[in-house]
Design a protein around this ligand. Structure first.
Ligand code: SF4
Length: 384
């Protein structure tokens, strides 16, 4: 079996592909970010483990070997990767049926330094099929949906993968895919090699050179959420101006309201960043004039649940009094029964009611809330 990648030890370049959306929009953030510590979270550690397990399972498939046996949390992660692993095998087999020389390549180190100084990364899965190359990125997060269309990280991996294999394969088209199994989300972008290289030369390279030198203009946007410069003065200035500029609330017309609503997300995200940054600063011994940490709201809890049960049973309290019997929630039940049995036995007893109306920008992909239909539905239910 080939050596597995040490996913935890993946090194980050100054202009990393994962941060490309940020440094391409805000070039000076790249060098400034070097002065800030790289933080990691339990979510990142779980994502790293998921990549390791996915690689092990796909490598076992490729080598015709049994998968490793997983236990505990790894078993849960393996279960949550099922759709991803099945999907990769399905794509590979479908291409193999058409192109007998289809090749599955796992965890390939790709070099895109001809566009981005010191640029390299790791492509989770590459499938070579005829003149088509798939570059597939696993996202294990279950928060934000990540889309492949125009995704610079994926495109950079695509460029690196293309140059790695261009001498061996006659590649004309590249399928860039993001597969996010825990969100049941799949997204792809299909490009010709010419278009991808043109993007690399005309869009990425000039910006990357500026960013590498620490030059360029600061720019705020969605990408600030993942920027390590939590106390960025530019972001503060932009958001303070947004707050100062808005007109007297009493006189807001609908157009002004629409504009302010668009800005709210940005201001709120900045405020959340500042709050968590200030909390971390005080926790690490720094002082912020006028601010301190206090204990937040907490709820009572048993010190030892077994002792509580033993003590109450000793006093002849019946289990029916001290325990509550509850049906498992849908997710837990699906996990307990397995998806197939769950669907067979009780799938028709599960409904997904319409969600509460939620304000969203016009660009949001979800279909518009139909309040007239909702009223009619509610009236019909009442009549029944
Ligand atoms: S917070 Fe935003 S504006 Fe400030 S450096 Fe980071 S990406 Fe640029």
């Amino acid at each position: 079996m080939s050596a597995l990648i040490n996913h935890t030890a993946r090194v980050h370049a100054v202009l990393s592909a994962s941060a490309a959306d940020r440094w391409m929009h805000c070039p000076p953030s790249a060098r400034l970010a070097e002065q800030y510590p790289q933080t990691s979270s339990s979510y990142a550690a779980e994502g790293t483990r998921a990549h390791e397990i996915a690689e092990q399972c796909l490598r076992a498939f490729k080598d015709g070997q049994p998968e490793p046996i997983y236990e505990g949390d790894d078993l849960r992660i393996r279960g949550e990767l099922q759709a991803y692993i099945d999907g990769i095998i399905e794509t590979y087999n479908a291409e193999l049926a058409i192109h007998p020389d289809t090749t599955l390549i796992l965890e390939s180190k790709v070099d895109f330094s001809q566009y981005v100084p010191d640029g390299f990364g790791t492509a989770d899965v590459i499938i070579m099929a005829g003149s088509r190359m798939y570059v597939i990125d696993l996202k294990f997060g279950q928060g934000v949906e990540v889309n492949a269309q125009g995704n610079p990280q994926l495109r950079l991996y695509g460029l690196g993968a293309y140059h790695l294999y261009e001498d061996l394969y006659d590649i004309t088209h590249i399928m860039l895919e993001i597969r996010q199994p825990r969100k049941d989300h799949y997204s792809c972008d299909f490009m010709t090699v010419e278009d991808l290289i043109q993007w690399g030369n005309e869009v990425v390279k000039p910006t990357a050179d500026i960013a590498y030198e620490g030059k360029g203009e600061f720019a705020c946007g969605d990408w600030c959420r993942f920027c390590p410069i939590k106390n960025c003065k530019h972001r503060a200035a932009v958001n303070q101006k947004l707050i100062e500029d808005h007109p007297d609330p009493a006189a807001l017309n609908k157009k002004e309201l629409g504009v302010i609503l668009q800005q709210l997300g940005q201001v709120k995200s900045w405020m959340d960043t500042l709050t968590s940054y200030a909390t971390d600063q005080i926790l690490s011994g720094e002082q912020i004039p006028g601010w301190k940490l206090v204990e937040g709201r907490s709820i009572r809890k048993y010190v030892d649940e077994d002792k509580v049960v033993n003590k109450l049973r000793a006093e002849d309290y019946a289990d029916a009094i001290i325990f509550e019997k509850k049906l498992l929630g849908i997710t837990a039940m699906e996990k307990a029964l397995g998806k197939k049995v769950f669907n067979e036995l009780i799938g028709d007893l599960v409904v997904k009611p319409a969600g509460a109306p939620t304000l969203a920008p016009e660009s949001d992909k979800r279909k518009e809330y139909n309040w007239q239909q909702r009223l009619i539905d509610e009236m019909e239910i009442e009549e029944e």
